[in-house]
Design a protein around this ligand. Structure first.
Ligand SMILES: *[C@@H]1O[C@H](CO)[C@@H](O)[C@H](O)[C@H]1NC(C)=O
Ligand SMILES: *[C@@H]1O[C@H](CO)[C@@H](O)[C@H](O)[C@H]1NC(C)=O
Length: 443
């Protein structure tokens, strides 16, 4: 007798189903790096974009104090990450990294202590290569020594770069082994250290990093440009032989769109540091940037000159509703629709409320008014389309009333509309339907 699905599925006893579900949950747990960190995407500030190699104890402590003074820690920003150029150009006689005493006269442990005293976490930097990108000694083949030293200094976070990797890339397994060495070394220290892989998306880290790292970069380096092709960042797709740098916001968003399915608690796609508060991006572009990074649950690591944070920058970085998309009970955002300069992004609630977040990106050159059809919002779920939803604009905080069937929104040039749809009249119903109707009408 043919063993068809229709024969089998209704007969699976509930107990077996429950056991299967429990087993799946176990598997999912085992799929994350087991350090208990980054259960929501990490938030903080990194030295590189503002200071590059020009760092010292004063700049880093100054930034930490500025973060506190602005009360950004109360919004979730926690880690102060020191990037490249903190060490001397050689290891010591027993093979350990040495901090540059002219930059850190009191040592790194002292710096970590000061940052901890502010209630913040301290991040360190190295590279899975012979050298770091700034050509200081890298950690390749020195993983155990370096991890032990970082733990001794009470480091809470490691950004681990990919420069000078001596050809140890080209297949997922080669890259995996190279990054796993540091993952295991960090684990051996016994200190939970958030492991932030920075291999620029080489060899598809979303396929192999979730078991060894808390986050992995999925693209070449970001630049503070909204949307521009640049040969230094030649790929427009997530499969990429030369990740490069000078990748625009839209370039990274387009690469990240299919990858959300690979992220889960403790294991995130990293779209690179925030360009909020840096020159060359206007208010609309920065709001779009912050919204998308939050929706896809990228780490939210600021990079602007935090000691000179403008009111507008602060307004963006402290939008609690947007931060909640990253830290709260929302799934990983995904793109439902793309047509020319319009993209529809969705984020479903995970709290059983049936609520939904809807974002429409207008990367085109003119402001527009658009109708978003419910069939594109509740893609697979016919039942949820039958309800009305109260809509709140998460940037203006405006109550847009209750909508049915479609949502009408205005979106500025290079801007984003992002609204929370709160289900009215009944609990969320979610039958499984596999159907796709893309239809965003321009009015
Ligand atoms: C090291 O790994 C083990 C096994 O996955 C885990 O139980 C433990 O919490 C990890 N320790 C640290 C410090 O990450
Ligand atoms: C090298 O550095 C490590 C870690 O700071 C230290 O324990 C060791 O004594 C140093 N070795 C020498 C020869 O200075």
């Amino acid at each position: 007798m043919p063993d068809t699905d229709s024969d089998r599925s209704p007969k699976v006893p509930k107990l077996i189903l429950r056991a299967l579900l429990a087993f799946t949950a176990l598997l999912q747990k085992a799929q994350a790096v087991d350090n208990g960190l980054a259960l929501t995407p990490q938030m903080g500030w990194n030295t590189w974009n503002t200071f590059a190699c020009d760092i010292n104890e004063g700049t880093i402590l100054g930034a930490a104090k500025a973060l506190k003074k602005l009360k950004l820690d109360e919004y979730g920003y926690h880690y102060i990450v020191m990037d490249d150029c903190w060490s001397l150009h050689s290891r010591n006689a027993t093979g350990y990294l040495q901090y540059d005493p002219s930059k850190f006269p009191n040592g790194i442990k002292h710096l970590a202590d000061e940052i901890h005293a502010l209630g913040l976490g301290f991040g360190m930097y190295s590279s899975a290569g012979k050298l770091t990108c700034g050509r200081y000694p890298g950690s390749l083949h020195f993983e155990d020594k370096d991890a032990a030293l970082f733990a001794e200094w009470e480091v809470d976070y490691l950004k681990y770069d990919n420069c000078f990797n001596e050809g140890q890339s080209g297949t997922p397994l080669i890259s995996f082994e190279r990054y796993r060495a540091m993952s295991e070394a960090l684990n051996k220290t016994g200190r939970p250290i958030l492991y932030s892989m920075c291999n620029w998306g080489e060899d598809s880290p979303w396929d192999w990093a979730p078991t060894i790292a808390n986050s992995w970069r999925m693209s070449g380096d970001i630049v503070n440009v909204f949307d521009r092709y640049d040969d230094r960042c030649p790929c427009t797709d997530y499969i990429c032989r030369l990740p490069g740098h000078h990748c625009s916001l839209m370039n990274i968003i387009n690469k990240a769109a299919p990858l959300g399915q690979k992220a889960h608690a403790g294991a995130w796609n990293d779209l690179d540091m925030l360009e909020v508060g840096r020159e060359n991006l206007d208010f609309e572009e920065q709001k779009l940037h912050f919204t998308l990074w939050a929706m896809v649950k990228s780490p939210l690591i600021m990079g602007h000159d935090i000691m000179h944070t403008s009111d507008q920058t602060l307004e963006i970085l402290t939008n609690k509703d947007i931060i909640d998309l990253s830290q709260g009970r929302w799934g990983v955002g995904f793109r439902s629709y793309k047509q020319a300069h319009l993209q529809l992004w969705l984020q479903d609630s995970t709290d059983g409320s049936g609520n939904m977040v809807v974002a429409l990106i207008n990367s085109g050159e003119v402001d527009g008014k658009f109708a978003i059809q419910f069939e594109d919002i509740f893609l697979d779920e016919w039942e949820r389309r039958k309800f009305g939803y109260q809509v709140t604009d998460l940037w203006t905080k405006e109550d847009l009333g209750t909508v049915k069937d479609k949502l009408l929104v205005g979106v500025k040039r290079h801007g984003v509309f992002v609204g929370k749809l709160t289900l009215t009249g009944g609990p969320g119903v979610r039958p499984k339907m596999k159907i796709f109707h893309a239809n965003v009408d321009e009015l």
